[in-house]
Design a protein around this ligand. Structure first.
Ligand code: MLT
Ligand code: MN
Ligand code: ZN
Length: 305
């Protein structure tokens, strides 16, 4: 199995267009300790010929341009991208679909819940049903994502997309940020005996999830924030990680602690928010994450298993 990290940043990218938090400021100033990142998506393939995208970031065009294996070849209109799988309906994971509208057939996999959100946003009808096949997949089932790669999707604690929050709060009197259901999922990818987990958003660790992570060859996990109150500390907002449906890396309930002791081949943080100090080479937070066995994904990173 080949996996290429097309983008590794959380919603907003790095640096974010309107942000001068301490970490973004380093990027705007071209400090060599940080590298720019686009929003999170990975490409996966068993044979290097046919590829699936897991999530489709707003920067999909530049992401494809940057990865030769994803360039069109062998015809006037062609793409090695055979399918796309969505892990939620947030902008950072779906907006790139609008750039895949050039009458190119591919299969679009998601839960029924996520398909419903796309259906309710008519701009996505630019992907005509006659060309792009929208396939609902049930939680817990396995399917062929692309030739030679099978995927199983499973619910992880999380919330609905940011732009739906107001409606849910009005309809139900509150927002649940760690609900398990069809709106936030993780995906297990298997090919040629390798098993990889991709979980870019996760509100809290559960025993079921820990069991699933155990023994994986690689885990790509929610690296949004180093600490829960990071946005407030950076002076760029009041939302906590908990409120956004993202567990932090550090702390007693953080992912460093939650995954410690599990037998995992490679543990890699993706969906890293621009405020997160692990983005800085040599920062105490980066050193602590590396010491705990974690890698910090960068755009263009490739793993072969
Ligand atoms: C998130 O992961 O919390 C979202 O991507 C936020 C956003 O849509 O900007
Ligand atoms: Mn996101
Ligand atoms: Zn920032």
């Amino acid at each position: 199995m080949r996996l290429v990290v097309l983008g590794s940043a959380a919603g907003g990218g790095f640096p974010q267009w309107n942000c001068r938090c301490p970490v973004c400021t380093l990027a705007w100033d071209n400090d060599p300790r940080v590298r720019r990142r686009t929003q999170t998506s990975v490409a996966v393939s068993a044979d290097g010929e046919r590829w699936a995208l897991v999530n489709c970031a707003p920067e999909i065009l530049s992401q494809i341009q940057a990865v030769p294996a994803l360039h069109p070849r062998g015809g006037r209109r062609q793409s090695p991208v055979a399918s796309v799988l969505l892990t939620n309906a947030d902008i950072d994971h779906v907006a790139g679909l609008l750039s895949l509208r050039e009458a190119q057939p591919f299969r679009l996999f998601a839960t029924s819940g996520i398909h419903d959100v796309l259906r309710a946003n008519s701009v996505f009808d630019v992907l005509a049903d006659t060309i792009v096949e929208r396939r609902p997949v049930a939680l817990g089932t396995s399917f062929e994502l692309v030739e030679g790669v099978s995927a199983t999707i499973f619910p992880v604690p999380g919330k609905i997309a940011l732009y739906l929050e107001t409606r849910e709060e009005a309809d139900t009197g509150g927002l649940v940020t760690d609900r398990e259901g069809e709106q936030t999922i993780g995906v297990e990818l298997t090919a040629g005996g390798a098993r990889v987990l991709f979980i870019p958003g996760c509100a809290t660790m559960t025993n079921a999830l820990r069991d699933r992570l155990q023994g994986a060859d690689a885990v790509f996990f929610d690296g949004t924030l180093w600490r829960d109150d990071e946005m407030a500390l950076a002076g760029v907002g009041s939302k906590t990680g908990r409120r956004m449906g993202h567990m932090s890396m550090s702390g007693g309930e953080g992912s460093l602690a939650a995954l410690a002791g599990l037998d995992i081949g490679r543990r890699i943080y993706v969906h890293i928010n621009n405020t997160n100090p692990v983005l800085i080479d040599g920062s105490p937070e980066r050193v602590a994450a590396n010491r705990a066995g974690w890698e910090i994904a960068e755009d263009g990173m490739e793993i072969v298993l």
